[in-house]
Design a protein around this ligand. Structure first.
Ligand code: CU
Length: 486
């Protein structure tokens, strides 16, 4: 059976299993060695002795996007879902009550947590419809993270929430904090994510007016995305009905930006302000001033700004798609420019990941390389056969490392599209073209025809997914795993 028929079959059966099927087993044999290894690593994590409880209730509901109502899926009633927040070393106990009509999961994107709480099959079983499950894990490091299901297209229906881990010892050089979650939106107002994926897979794109193939961006090396959406959101609101963040002039504001979209990179700028990038995917970088940041799906950037006097739009351009999402920063009476306003900062110094370098404290300093891994990205729009290390039978070959090894991983993109590649359970370090160490990240944009090298330490045993964070590419099969116990 071809992968495509496998996918169509599983969709027709009403299930939304993540379609990585070929590389991993749905019902792994009991692995006592793995359980012991996971427990050993968990014991070595910092422990505060405090437990933070939270609840997420995925369900069908109607959300108000700002004068536009959408029948969709959400955690509770809001887009994004409720903030989950704890300190380093706290045990998070998050109870998920699945009120959906199909299995779901919650993946803690970016957190190097214990493998059996990762929220992605096969490491963690999905939660059946009507059932509850409590994810329990220690938050090992501070940072800006997010939570979303690892089941089919669920995240594209609005199931996502920011997750922040604080370090009480960290000197926060800011007066206020603004969490900004970006998304591309169609559920309940345009074709459903399922219809979009079916259209992409069956190449009926001509019959779907919202889908275009002329989305183009020089920053992304060509084709910017498969889908043009009816709306782009900041914190659940469309551009003409933005949320407003209030501060005082002169205050330093830490903005934590999360790209929760499915098929859209955003270029983000705050009108009238330069931004100092302080963190990439939760890890500190040498502070670097830019005018905007480019963010692929799954990436997070923390920036600080010094608030000016007035009302300023934060504009997230849907890169290559001729549309924007936005919110407002308000520090004084004033009228913000109209919704289509594009601040000059968007075309100033654009912060792409290669401009940043980890601080010495989090530099991996991997002098040696024990194992060279390669992830060959393949596929295209015509056949919609996206894959990582494709095998002849339509599957994906897993990557092999051993516990404690220092790994070099090269993403070799043979396709004509960019892919935001995400590794679970680890934060790798980008290796710049000249060999110098770059930013720590768990999700990185790999441009068309680019070879991009990253390095990581295999210090968190288990079965970890590695995939493209374009929801449709992932569902079409652009996913493999890294599996190690000893
Ligand atoms: Cu992709």
């Amino acid at each position: 059976m071809s992968r495509r028929r496998f996918l169509v079959g599983s969709l027709a059966a009403g299930t939304v299993l993540a379609s990585c099927g070929r590389s991993t087993s749905d019902s792994p044999p009991a692995r006592p060695n793995l359980t012991a290894a996971i427990d050993r690593v968990e014991a070595a994590r910092p422990h505060s002795g405090r437990t933070v409880t939270a609840a997420l209730t995925p369900r069908e509901t109607t959300v108000d996007l700002g004068g536009v109502n959408a029948r969709t899926l959400a955690y509770g009633d809001t887009i994004p879902g409720p903030l989950v927040r704890a300190n380093v070393g706290d045990e998070l106990a998050v109870t998920v009550r699945n009120h959906l009509d199909h299995p779901t999961s919650v993946h803690w994107h970016g957190i190097a947590l214990r493998n059996d709480m990762d929220g992605a099959e096969p490491a963690t079983p999905n939660i059946a419809a009507g059932e509850s499950f409590t994810y329990r894990f220690t938050a090992p490091r501070p940072g800006t993270y997010w939570a979303h299901p690892h089941t089919g297209l669920d995240a594209d229906y609005g199931l996502y929430a920011p997750v922040i881990v604080d370090d009480p010892r960290e000197r926060g050089d800011y007066d206020a904090e603004w969490i900004v979650v970006l998304d591309d939106w169609t559920a309940g107002v345009g074709p459903s994510p399922r219809q979009i994926l079916d259209g992409l897979r069956n190449r009926r794109m001509g019959s779907m007016p919202m889908m275009r193939t002329d989305n183009s961006s020089s920053l992304l090396g060509g084709d910017a995305g498969d889908v043009s959406y009816p709306y782009y959101l900041v914190n659940g609101r469309i551009a003409v009905a933005p949320t407003s963040f209030t501060a005082k002039p002169g205050q330093r504001i830490r903005i934590r930006i999360v790209n929760a979209a499915s098929d859209t990179a955003f270029r983000v700028a705050l009108a009238g302000h330069a931004m100092t990038v302080t963190h990439t995917d939760g890890y500190p970088v040498i502070p670097t001033e830019v005018d905007s940041v480019l963010m692929g799906m799954g990436e997070r950037y923390d920036v600080t700004v010094t608030a000016q006097d007035g009302s300023f739009p934060l504009v997230a351009v849907a890169e290559g798609k001729n549309a924007v999402a936005r919110a407002l920063l308000t520090t004084a009476a004033g009228v913000a420019p109209e919704a289509g306003f594009l601040p000059g900062e968007l075309t100033g110094r654009v912060g792409t990941a290669d401009r940043f370098a980890a601080t010495p404290e989090v530099d991996l300093r991997l002098g040696r390389t024990d194992v060279d891994l390669q992830a060959t990205l393949s596929g295209g729009m015509m056949r919609y056969d996206w894959a990582v290390n494709a095998t002849a039978d339509g599957g994906n070959r897993p990557l092999s490392v051993r516990q404690g090894e220092s790994a070099s991983l090269t993403f070799a993109n043979t396709t004509m599209m960019w892919h935001p590649m995400h590794l679970h359970g680890h934060t790798f370090q980008v290796v710049n073209r000249d060999g110098s160490p770059g930013a720590r990240k768990d999700t990185v944009i790999v441009l068309p025809r680019q070879n991009l090298r990253v390095a990581f330490l295999a210090d968190n045993p288990g079965t970890w997914m590695m995939h493209c964070h374009n929801t449709y590419h992932q569902d079409a099969g652009m996913m493999t795993s890294i599996d190690y116990t000893t």
